[in-house]
Design a protein around this ligand. Structure first.
Ligand code: CEZ
Length: 798
């Protein structure tokens, strides 16, 4: 059911574009996110907030009013009345009426509502009872603290006596010790706690923790309340008792659940406005709170502080800007996609031990934004490789970091990503010198070259295969919860076998472009091994119309026609195409089966039908709710692999459609329920089993999709791809995109380009600064030089 007005975009296509949602009800789970190296905050349109900061492990400073389990950031985050939030009650002291901005928790019907996402701010404009409230949330360049400003304007024709109550959730801090009060010396409500522990060694470990949460204001409140239950009373958050009296009671929390509520009374003439600034966040002690408030709270500092944060986030500028007829697509590619990529590559999803596959792919994305980060990412990962070639499950990014959660489970695929991401970096930068840099191992001080480290990783993959030449899956490959296919040491993965073949062939292409790096015999050995793997996958895992997903410890093939659930998986098909393991006939039937069984209006599902019961020979994935995450959602990371494989085949239309499906639009906004400010890791699938829930966004912006999406746009759609000798031109425009123009930054040179499909051409013609280019590669590129690049290509579909 299309509804076109849920949101609108201004300055569309530029880095300053903003997305504005016009109702708190139509897309209630809509969110935006901000971050810096110390923290991440995801703010929901209704006022709920999910935030964490690093000390060094991810920690909370605003919780719900009960003990919460700590875990990695979950998809489909659920909101509920006492979910942590940042609300502002506005009361008219004459009538006693009140409402809350941005919407929760009173949920009073509003005369106007705008939830606006911009590059470095999340803001709201709300009108009710003749009062306008402008709220703005932003962060700082480098500290774990939220910056809030509120402006309240009297829109009515008479003077108003108003009370403004910021209500900031603190929640259940500790079963050992929690309290809160107002510290007049800091003009802040300060909640204090002791992180619970029982082991004596944890006392010393916890000594440095920020166990305080504070809300400081740039004006002195007339009253305050730091006690959750006392503030609510019988009225609850919808109609708190505390608002029924002229002023708050200055109530402490003493081993009660704390909250930070202040009261500011204002007499406003008509059209008069009052403004307040707040700082909210964790702190170790009062000295730190003082330092933060001095640094960030004074009104005269707001502009410079915002400028510093804007400058930090402005680093998220990608190497490509495009202009097509599809302005929503341009807006995403030019603004929101590089922003999401920078988040991944700059703060590694706020983890001190990112999964190695995530760390390398997120690093790959940075080669299109700031390639020096990618270089460091590759070297950091390589230094944690074992001398037998094995890459760790997670890369430790902090001296105190430990491998946690999924990184304690052995996964078999991490070696595959090293050559794949390294090659993307080398293509983009031409930094082939990196290959001969010497590095040690995690378990050996022997130095070998970076290319030697890659060889070790490939050798490790090649030895980790069974008698059929297929790759062992251990307790999972790219698919984390596929943990019981091979936990007894026999199960194999078609995806990992094909990914290994693809990595081997890609590495050989690289070695052939760098003749002194490797002997022909070594290249021949790798190419031969890749060929063997492709043959083995065909011998044991071609299921007649598509490739099955693997063979279990008990030697059962799964992911084929014989299965009533998990009958077809997307990844083996995409990577069979990438590895050259499928012939023309096989590709035709695979695409047909993908269209029939996996395609939905929201994109391609990663498997179907979703599992509805446990398979002890496959594992945890089968226990996930059908259509959620790996169990048959439109898992965008898998979809983008498919799009990438389609581009390799020249299927530009289909590839572009698969990419477009990943972007929320006003047309799908009711089903998807997400604003186009990021690609979520998945949209609900199980399209034929639970159609009513299909398409719903996970609202989780942590996803390896973004690096590959950008790679598809830069190197495939625009076909402006780096190689050993320069910039290779090979655009693949969908039939309906007759032209595209833009700017491509490449190895510090600027290319203003236009690409046009021309009916009267049957081969591509490239003009550089008005001169015809022989061949497809622009070489001898000068840094800081600006080039005019005109590309004329045959019309697609003719
Ligand atoms: O994590 C992702 C990983 O970060 O799952 C992907 C995997 O390729 C990524 O590296 C596919 O399995 O443990 C679980 O069940 C979770 O579902 C994780 O697998 C998943 C997180 O939900 C983040 O999406």
């Amino acid at each position: 059911m299309p509804n076109v007005t849920n949101y609108f975009i201004t300055n569309i296509g530029s880095q300053d574009s903003t997305i504005s949602l016009t109702s708190p009800i139509k897309m209630p789970n809509s969110t935006g996110f901000l971050w810096n190296k110390q923290m991440m905050i995801q703010a929901n349109c209704r006022g709920y907030v999910n935030a964490q900061f690093m000390q060094p492990e991810p920690s909370k400073y605003s919780r719900s009013p009960n003990i919460e389990a700590t875990s990695f950031i979950q998809p489909e985050h659920k909101y509920f009345t006492h979910h942590p939030g940042r609300f502002f009650y506005i009361k008219d002291n004459e009538s006693g009426e009140f409402f809350s901005a941005p919407y929760e928790p009173t949920r009073r019907k509003l005369d106007k509502f705008i939830f606006e996402l911009s590059h470095s701010k999340i803001s709201w404009q709300v009108e009710c009872l003749g009062i306008r409230v402008d709220l703005c949330l932003s962060l700082t360049e480098q500290d774990a603290v939220e910056r809030w400003s509120i402006s309240v304007t009297n829109l009515s024709t008479k003077n108003r006596s108003l009370s403004i109550y910021p209500y900031f959730s603190i929640g259940y801090m500790s079963w050992m010790n929690q309290s809160a009060t107002f510290e007049s010396s800091l003009n802040a409500i300060v909640a204090s706690s002791v992180t619970p522990y029982q082991k004596v060694e944890d006392y010393f470990k916890n000594k440095s923790l920020k166990d305080k949460t504070f809300l400081a204001a740039d004006c002195t409140p007339i009253a305050w309340n730091a006690n959750q239950n006392d503030f609510e009373g019988e009225g609850g958050l919808h109609c708190p008792d505390a608002l029924s009296t002229a002023s708050l009671k200055n109530t402490d929390a003493r081993y009660d659940t704390p909250v930070a509520v202040m009261q500011f009374d204002r007499e406003l003439n008509t059209q008069q406005q009052t403004k307040l600034n707040f700082l909210f966040g964790p702190a170790k002690d009062q000295q730190e709170i003082k330092a933060l408030t001095d640094r960030y709270l004074p009104p005269e500092k707001q502009q410079e502080v915002q400028q510093a944060y804007d400058t930090y986030l402005a680093q998220s500028k990608g190497c490509l800007t495009i202009s097509t007829k599809d302005k929503n697509f341009d807006d995403f590619v030019n603004h929101w996609l590089p922003r999401q990529m920078f988040y991944h590559g700059d703060v590694n999803r706020l983890s001190t031990d990112p999964q190695t596959r995530n760390y390398l792919q997120d690093g790959m994305g940075m080669c299109y934004i700031n390639s020096s980060v990618t270089r460091q990412t590759l070297l950091t990962a390589i230094a944690q490789q074992q001398s037998n070639g094995a890459m760790p499950d997670g890369v430790l990014l902090h001296p105190e970091a430990e491998l946690k959660y999924i990184n304690q489970i052995p996964h078999a695929d991490h070696c595959v990503w090293l050559p794949i991401c390294l090659i993307a970096y080398l293509n983009e930068t031409g930094d082939y010198a990196l290959l001969t840099e010497q590095r040690t191992f995690s378990d050996s001080t022997v130095h070998i070259s970076v290319s030697g480290h890659v060889d070790r990783a490939l050798e490790y993959l090649l030895q980790a295969r069974d008698h059929r030449g297929l790759s062992y899956i251990e307790q999972g490959d790219w698919c984390d919860p596929m943990n019981m296919v091979g936990y007894q040491g026999k199960g194999v993965s078609s995806w990992l076998s094909l990914a290994t073949s693809y990595a081997l062939q890609s590495w050989c292409d690289l070695l052939e472009s760098q003749p002194d790096l490797a002997s022909n015999s070594q290249i021949d050995k790798y190419r031969c091994a890749a060929k063997d793997i492709n043959e083995s996958v065909n011998d044991y895992l071609w299921d007649g119309d598509w490739f099955a997903r693997g063979i279990t410890d008990k030697n059962n093939v799964f992911g084929g026609k014989a299965d009533s659930e998990g009958r077809i998986f997307l990844n083996p098909q995409s990577w069979a195409i990438l590895a050259g393991a499928a012939n023309v006939h096989q590709k035709r039937t695979m695409h047909q089966q993908i269209n029939q069984q996996l395609m939905t209006p929201f994109g391609v599902m990663m498997l179907a039908p979703s599992y509805t019961q446990m398979r002890e020979d496959i594992g945890r994935i089968t226990q996930k709710h059908p259509g959620v995450a790996e169990n048959g959602s439109v898992y965008n990371h898998a979809s983008v692999f498919y799009a990438y494989s389609l581009f390799q085949e020249g299927y530009a239309d289909k590839a572009f459609d698969v990419l477009k499906c990943m972007l929320p639009t006003t047309q799908t906004s009711n089903d998807v329920g997400q604003l186009p400010a990021f690609v979520p890791n998945y949209y609900r699938g199980a399209y034929h089993q639970f159609p009513a829930h299909a398409g719903r966004s996970s609202q989780l912006f942590n996803t390896g999709t973004v690096a590959w999406f950008y790679r598809c746009i830069v190197e495939e759609l625009c076909g402006l791809k780096g190689c050993a000798t320069g910039l290779k031109i090979d655009p693949k425009l969908p039939e309906h995109m007759l032209s595209i123009s833009g700017q491509r930054i490449f190895r510090k040179a600027i290319f203003d380009f236009t690409i046009d499909q021309c009916a009267n051409r049957n081969e591509i013609e490239i003009m550089l600064n008005g001169e015809k280019v022989a061949g497809r590669i622009i070489s001898d590129i000068k840094a800081e030089q600006r080039y005019q690049l005109k590309i004329f290509m045959p019309k697609m579909g003719l």
